[in-house]
Structure formats: C-alpha cells, structure tokens
Design a protein around this ligand. Sequence first.
Ligand SMILES: [Zn+2]
Length: 182
Amino acid sequence: MKKQKGKLLQVAHLGHPILRKKSKEISDTKNFEIQTLIDDLIATVLEVDGVGISAPQVYQSIRIFILASHPNPRYPHAPKMKPAAIINPKVLDMSKRKIKDWEGCLSIPELRGLIPRSKSVDVEFMTRDGKKVRKTFTDFVARIFQHEYDHLEGKLFIDRVESSLDLISEKEFQKIIKKSKK
Ligand SMILES: [Zn+2]
C-alpha cells in the first residue's frame, strides 16, 4: 500500500459514549489541527480496509468524515475514488427508493448488517479547501455517505437493521461474498 502522510489513529468501539453523541459543526476548516486530522483519518481508514471513517470514531466530536471507497478485502466490490473529506454535511434530499445491502463498521468489529439505505442522496458540504459543494451520490457511495452521516448524529448501523436476523458475523459475511463472486 502507498505510504500516506497521516498517522494511524485509535478507533472507538461500540459502547464508548462518544459514538452516541451528536457532533459539532466546524467553523474553520483550514485550521492546522483540522487538516492534520483529515490526513490522519485518511491514513487510518486505508490502513484498516475501511471505505469511510468519521471524526467521532477517533474520539473527536466534530462534523467531519472521509469517503474513501476502494476495492479491498473487506469490501471487494467497492468502486474506486480518491479519498475525500466531507465537512459540515447537510442532506438536502434522499431517494424514497431504498436498497438493502451489507454494511460493516470499524467501531463494530466482526459484525455485518443488511441495512436499508436510500439509493441516492443530494448533499451539500465543505471540502478541506473550504469550498462549499453540492453533490448527488448514488449506490455504494451514497450508502457510505449515509452511514458516516449517521455517525455525526450519534447513530450506528445496528440502529437501522430491520430484523436481528439481518446481523451476521464477519466470517459468515466473507463466505457470502466469496459465493457471490462465482
Ligand atoms: Zn461506521
């Protein structure tokens, strides 16, 4: 793997109260500490084969997350994108059409859930350069966006599961995706 400039951060696990807090808006995105945090979040999410990570997961209750979809052993079918910092996001609209698919979370190791999410989301956020942008994300990236946005609200994927039968172990999940590749 390519060397990232950030350092690896500790990830908070299910049960830590910071994961259940609503996080705060950021006023100065160009601040050195924010920029360093973004580099560290990107380095951390890539190191652990994640496709997204939020600031509350590294014990910072502020409204930032990283979208970093790329194929890896945990998500072999993820589309590739350049990791992007999403700051102070707002959801403007989400499609009524929902799709159920498997999700995991770096804060809930060894568990996967079949989670319904909107197929597309219209959103507004600030980039790490302080630019305000509006975008529509669809399918898997829309799913990551909704999952990470939930973290900023103190919500976790297990809150959205329709049935406890939709929760499985990482080991069983790996068997399912191996079968789906054939
Ligand atoms: Zn998560």
